[in-house]
Structures are given as C-alpha cells and as structure tokens.
Design a protein around this ligand. Structure first.
Ligand SMILES: [Fe+2]
Length: 484
C-alpha cells in the first residue's frame, strides 16, 4: 500500500466529552490517496468493478453551540475495486459553507440543537439557519456523484473517481434538494423532493439520464413537514406526510421543536413519475426515516420501509448527562424501527400494512437493479442499543420471510452496506455487501466484503484502510459502467 497525504485542512475542533465526537465517531481531518490496499484476510474478488462511496458527518470546527452529529461536514470515503485490487481515497466536499469556514478558521453556523440566533451568517435548507454541509447522502447519477443534505441543501456534484468537488448542481430549485434522491438504473432518471416552511411545503422532481430537469411539481401539504426519504415504482413516485414535524406554534417564534402529533394519520402521495393526478392514502401514524423499495403489483403499490413503533422516544436514561434527548433520537432501539410493508390499492383507495420482521433494523439496501421492481431480498443493518453504531447485517428473504444475519465482534462498527452486483451475476443476491469497519479495539479501519448469498458465513475479504474512519451515514455502490 502506498499512501499520499494531501495538504492539511484548517480545523478548530477541540477535545470534548461529546459521545458523537469520540470513539467510532471521532472526526478525521486527514485526506489521503492510497493505492494497492493490503488484504488482511481472504482475497479481493476479481468479479466486481466499481466504487463504494460513503458520506460522513465529519465535524471540522469547534461548534458554536451544542453539537449534533447531523451537523458535521461532508467527507466522502471511496474504495475502488478492479481486477482483484483496491484503492482508497477520501475528500471533504468543498461546499460553499466548508470553504467559508476554512477561510474564517472556525464555525459560522449553529446546528440542529441550537437556536437560530447561533448562526453568524444566513443559513440554508428548510430550517433556514443551518450550514448546508451536504453530508447526509450520496448517489451516482448521470456519471457523477451527487451529495445531499437532509434539510434540503444545494446538492453538490463530485467526480466519483477523483472525488474532486465539481460544484453546486445547476438544476437544483430554490427550495433545494433533500437527501435520498433516488436513481432508477433502468431509465437513468433520478427522482427527488424538497420541503420548506412556505406553501405548498413540498415539491417533487425528476432529472433525466442526461441531467436535465424534466419534471418539477408541487406536492401541497397542510403545513411544514419533515420527510426524510422517498420511494418509486416503475410508473409512480411515493412521497410522505408523516405526523412527526415541527410544532406549529413554536415555529411562529422560529423555534424548531419536532414532536409527534397525536391522532394524526400517516399520509402517502402516489404521484405519476412525470406528474399528473396525485392520489393520497392514509395509514397508521409513524415516522419512517428510510424506505427500502417499492413496486407495482396488480392494483396495488407495495411500499417497504422501516416503521418506527415509538417515533417520539423518551430521553435515554443511560446516556451521558445532557445528551439523553439527542441519544434517544439516534437509537433504533429507542424509536424501534421494524421492516414494514404498506399496500396502497389504486382501485378501492384502501391501505393495508404489516410488519415483515419483528427485529429492530434500519438502513436497508437492495440490489439497485431491482429498485422500483418486485424484489426478494432486503439487507438491513442492526445497531448497538443506545447508539447510532451499526453492529451487523440482516438479510431478509421477503418471499419466505426467513432471515439470516452476520454480527460483528464487540468493538467493531460497520457502515451502511450497499449491494455490489457480481460481474455477470443474474440472480438478485449474486454479489457482495461492501462496508467500512471501524475497530475501536485496534483504532483502525478496514473494508469488508460479504457474499450476499450467504452473509452468515462472514467476510470473504478484509482490506486494511490507511486511517481510522469516523462513523458515517449513507453510501452507494456504482459499477464502473455508471461512472462518467
Ligand atoms: Fe437518511
């Protein structure tokens, strides 16, 4: 392995006892290019060719107020596979806000847990006082990587191989683009949404395979909402209006307090992909961070995602003092997210729904070739109770409802693990799950590959990374043919 260090960035972050600035969440300030990575165990498969990209909320500066892990700056970690070899690199996304704070030498914006008055400059997104850190999600569309911010930022394009920031995406509307733009590999289109505090409160759009905005329509809502993700089928997109959103009275005083609105149903908008009549369906109250997939079956739209049984959890008793509220909302075991299926009947307008698995899981992945189509396999993550730390993976066979799992040894934490199809693979699960591991026992990080046909067998390969990564959030796999 050869490692080339880039010139250091400016950081003002000081040591603290914050649970999400230490341990596996310790921010990394180093940017490197590493070639010909060393294999710790097994052999790098020769039958995958592409990149795994992961976004990370990697805080660079001393917070002005109370730090929340969703405030961190975007760092993209990439591992590239070809011919049984692997290279690694990582880069901060050079957002406008990152550049401004580099010039200032410190934080200019407050975070999610701060009052709006903390910001020293006008902010971005639906909230309006936050830094557009572009650190939530990453997808590959029209040959380029696209990083996004969950509060609806500008959206940044990056070269998926060099990780050079190419700049703000030109078609992004004034209300921004939320995290979880969704790419349909079959058509090359990317579906997206945004939300705001101004009527109609939500918009939905489509960008074609040549990166032209072809659809942009309002999805009128009763007021400001906080959707996080969307889903699509072959002909429809699915947007949501869930009963967890800012308290309207407090919002009049510019206080952003999220709460469950008791007695309010969940609502789902079924929208023809390129616009048309919106059909609304009601369902049991919940909040859903992430959808897994959706498809059409007869008269029904089938939607799978992670239903939260307790979307407004009580403060976490075991958390360090002062962090009880924040830690409860970051803990799957507090909000109790379970794989769930909604069926929306387009003929009679009814909704039926059921849990698909009683395990607490989230952050699911599928073979993206089956996105929007009937599919069979879900790959979810499980987490350490009390923490936003992934400790293993569950493969659910949605036909037999049977599942298998691979749990990491103590002290090892995974990242979201997208599915990398095997070259020439046809079967839905013929490929690998790719994940970065941070090992708190050794203070090192590695990349692991699991055979998606048999995840319980454990990693087929472990590859050493040149430095210890901070835990991150969303990720994607892109075959080389998808990289422009
Ligand atoms: Fe997300």
């Amino acid at each position: 392995m050869t490692v080339e260090l880039l010139p250091p960035i400016v950081s003002s972050l000081k040591p603290s006892n914050h649970p999400y600035l230490n341990g596996a969440w310790t921010p990394l300030m180093q940017e490197v290019d590493a070639t010909d990575l060393k294999v710790i165990e097994g052999a790098i498969p020769t039958d995958i060719d592409g990149v795994y990209l992961r976004n990370t909320e990697n805080q660079v500066h001393q917070p002005l107020g109370r730090f929340h892990p969703f405030d961190g700056d975007a760092m993209i970690h990439q591992i590239e596979f070809k011919g049984g070899h692997a290279n690694y690199r990582n880069r901060f996304v050079r957002t406008r806000c990152f550049q401004a704070e580099q010039e200032a030498g410190g934080s200019l914006w407050g975070g999610l847990a701060d009052p709006v008055t903390t910001a020293l400059r006008p902010g971005y997104g639906a909230h309006g006082a936050l830094k557009d850190n572009s650190s939530t999600d990453i997808v590959v569309h029209a040959g380029k990587a696209f990083s996004t911010f969950y509060q609806c930022g500008e959206g940044y394009r990056l070269d998926p191989l060099t990780l050079e920031t190419l700049g703000v995406e030109g078609w992004v509307p004034i209300d921004g683009v939320s995290a979880h733009a969704r790419v349909d590999e079959a058509t090359g289109e990317m579906m997206f949404f945004n939300y705001s505090k101004s009527a109609p409160y939500m918009h939905y759009g489509v960008v074609d395979r040549d990166n032209r905005l072809t659809t942009y329509i309002p999805i009128p809502l009763p007021g400001p909402r906080l959707p996080h993700d969307m889903a699509f089928t072959e002909h429809y997109s699915i947007l949501n209006d869930l009963p967890v959103f800012w308290d309207a009275e407090l919002l009049k005083r510019n206080i952003h307090a999220v709460r469950l609105h008791e007695g309010v149903a969940s609502r789902f908008a079924i929208v023809p992909r390129h616009g048309g009549v919106i059909r609304w369906f009601e369902a049991a109250p919940t909040y859903v961070l992430h959808w897994l997939n959706a498809y059409e079956e007869g008269d029904e739209i089938v939607l799978d995602g992670y239903f939260q049984e307790d979307p407004m959890p009580r403060p976490h008793k075991g958390a360090p003092a002062g962090f009880e509220h924040m830690m409860a909302y970051l803990d799957e075991h507090s909000f109790r997210s379970k794989l769930h299926r909604w069926r929306f009947n387009l003929t009679d307008g009814t909704t039926t729904e059921e849990h698909l698995d009683e395990r607490i899981m989230e952050f699911g992945m599928i073979n993206q070739r089956f996105a929007g189509r009937k599919y069979r396999y879900a790959f979810s993550t499980v987490s350490q109770p009390g923490w936003f730390l992934f400790t293993g993976f569950v493969k659910t066979d949605l036909e037999t409802r049977k599942s298998t799992e691979y749990l990491l040894p103590p002290g090892r934490y995974a990242s979201e693990a997208p599915f990398a199809p095997r070259i020439g693979g046809v079967a839905e699960d013929d490929g690998y799950l790719v994940s970065f591991i941070t090992d708190e026992n050794t203070g090192t990080s590695e990349c692991v590959l699991l055979d998606a046909r048999d995840i319980a067998a454990g990693p087929v390969c472990r590859i050493a990374l040149p430095h210890k990564l901070c835990s991150g959030t969303h990720s994607c796999w892109a075959d080389r043919a998808q990289l422009g």
